[in-house]
Design a protein around this ligand. Sequence first.
Ligand code: HEC
Length: 174
Amino acid sequence: MSELKDHNSGGLLAFLVSFGASLALIVYLSVVDKGVVGLNEVVEPAADGAPAKVKFDPSAVENPWVSTEDMIKHGASVYKTNCAVCHGDKGMGDGPGAAGIAVRNLVEGQWKQGGTSIALFKTLQTGIPGTSMAAFKHVAKNDRWAVVHWIRSITNNAPKDDAAALEAFGKTAE
Ligand code: HEC
């Protein structure tokens, strides 16, 4: 009799332990799940009814020769991908690829081909023959304009653009 009682209480204990463990797991999972949902809400704050901010699409910009905040910001990432290896993270001409070659310091801006938007864009079209500054026509046109705007935003030598000439050039430049 007492053996049976012991057996029963052992079973009850086992049941309670496993039930408790399941309950703990359920509570844990629902807390973790809540945490993930909370994170999403932070990343995409559309809860106030305001339209979610549309991601900037540089390829949709109609007048890419016009410098805007969005284009400058995008230009910084184009620069990081294609240019920083030689010109350095901040454009100081000190990237790891610059070892042993005289790379232009873009902040100083001692331009050989010119620092207007047109001149900079042309440099990216043709490169600088006889140097390791290659043409970058494989980079999308609007991405090249974006990096031009970024360079002009960081350089100490940004000669004033002739707006009419820039527009005329920009409309046909590839
Ligand atoms: C392989 C290294 C290398 C890479 C990558 C590179 N450049 Fe250069 N760049 C150079 C060198 C070297 C010069 C200087 C050439 C010379 O001696 O005149 C230069 C010069 C320039 C100049 C100066 C033009 C002038 O009028 O003097 C600009 C602007 C420029 N690069 C922009 C860029 C941009 C924008 C990118 C990325 C899309 C880029 N470069 C990628 C090596 C590089």
